[in-house]
Design a protein around this ligand. Structure first.
Ligand code: ADP
Ligand code: MG
Length: 277
């Protein structure tokens, strides 16, 4: 990807005022769960929201949002996003069968990710959230270079090993001069029936990471068995159990992210200056 430096790239107009990548250093920490629930929570508060599933190797958003059956048909050469739970969704899962293993190299991946903007008929959005694949590879480079990102939100678990992974992901964005809107700690604790909290994956990792890297700590999300059940059934927990503690945590985080994005300023009408790519 770095080999492309200096070669003019197509200018990409962002379909949203705020374009926010949801990322971490590795898989399984709840990026997609966070992206889906925050997207729907923002829409519940009245915003126009799109979710772009950039995890082209393992697209999970169609299942989590009940859009597995959606097959986009081009209208005037562009593909309409799915409309689910009040948001617009586009995922490579709509185009490639889930059981098809995709092994894409840099340039193909780069092109596919750019087409998520150029070839998808997004509406005029307030927020476009991007569910990032795990790691710090080509997809991260393309999204950071080709998109005008408002910033990145980093998801981590309370335990130390997850902090190290999250930190690598975070530093990757910083190297690309993408602002870090903040850090979310997922699966922070299990709420017990007696009202107590059980720290399943250790304690305080998200806050510690935020302090270590000088980024805002946005908040904690409890571990809740309703989350996977809701996801597998295609209805995010903010819709299926809106009064649960975990849904309240997602709504509070959606507000915190919106506030941090507003601090950065809208990017919607910006174009990427070719000289900076
Ligand atoms: N707060 C939570 N409570 C319980 N389970 C969760 C929570 N967050 C995520 N999960 C579960 O953890 C697994 C990994 O989450 P996922 O969002 O797919 O992670 P990633 O996108 O980082 O790979 C999924 O089975 C998901 O349902
Ligand atoms: Mg994921």
């Amino acid at each position: 990807m770095f080999a492309q430096r200096g070669i003019p790239q197509p200018q990409m107009r962002m379909p949203a005022q705020y374009v926010i990548a949801i990322a971490s250093g590795k898989g399984g920490v709840g990026k997609t769960t966070v992206a889906v629930n925050i997207a729907v929570a923002l829409a519940q508060s009245g915003a126009k929201v799109g979710l772009l599933d950039a995890d082209i190797y393992g697209p999970n958003t169609p299942m989590m949002l009940g859009a597995n059956a959606y097959k986009p048909a081009a209208v005037n050469g562009r593909l309409p996003p799915a409309r689910v739970h009040g948001i617009e969704l586009f995922s490579m899962g709509f185009i490639v069968r889930p059981e098809q293993a995709i092994i894409w190299r840099g340039p193909m991946l780069d092109k596919a990710i750019r087409q998520f903007l150029t070839d998808v008929a997004w509406g005029e959005l307030d927020y476009l959230l991007i569910d990032m694949p795990p790691g710090t590879g080509d997809a991260q480079l393309t999204v950071s270079q080709a998109f005008t990102l408002t910033g990145a939100v980093i998801v981590t678990l309370p335990q130390a090993v997850s902090q190290a992974d999250a930190r690598r992901g975070l530093e990757g964005f910083r190297q690309m001069e993408v602002p870090i809107l903040g850090i979310i700690e997922n699966m922070s604790y299990l709420l017990l029936p007696d009202g107590g909290k059980l720290d399943v994956f250790g304690q305080g990792g998200g806050r510690a990471l935020a302090e270590a890297v000088g980024a805002p700590f946005l908040g904690e999300i409890p571990l809740d068995p309703q989350v996977p059940t809701a996801s597998d059934g295609g209805t995010p927990v903010v819709v299926s159990h809106p009064d649960s503690a975990v849904a309240r945590a997602f709504r509070a985080l959606a507000e915190a992210i919106a506030a941090k994005a507003a601090e950065q300023g809208a990017t919607g009408q910006n174009f990427i200056p070719i000289t900076e790519i």
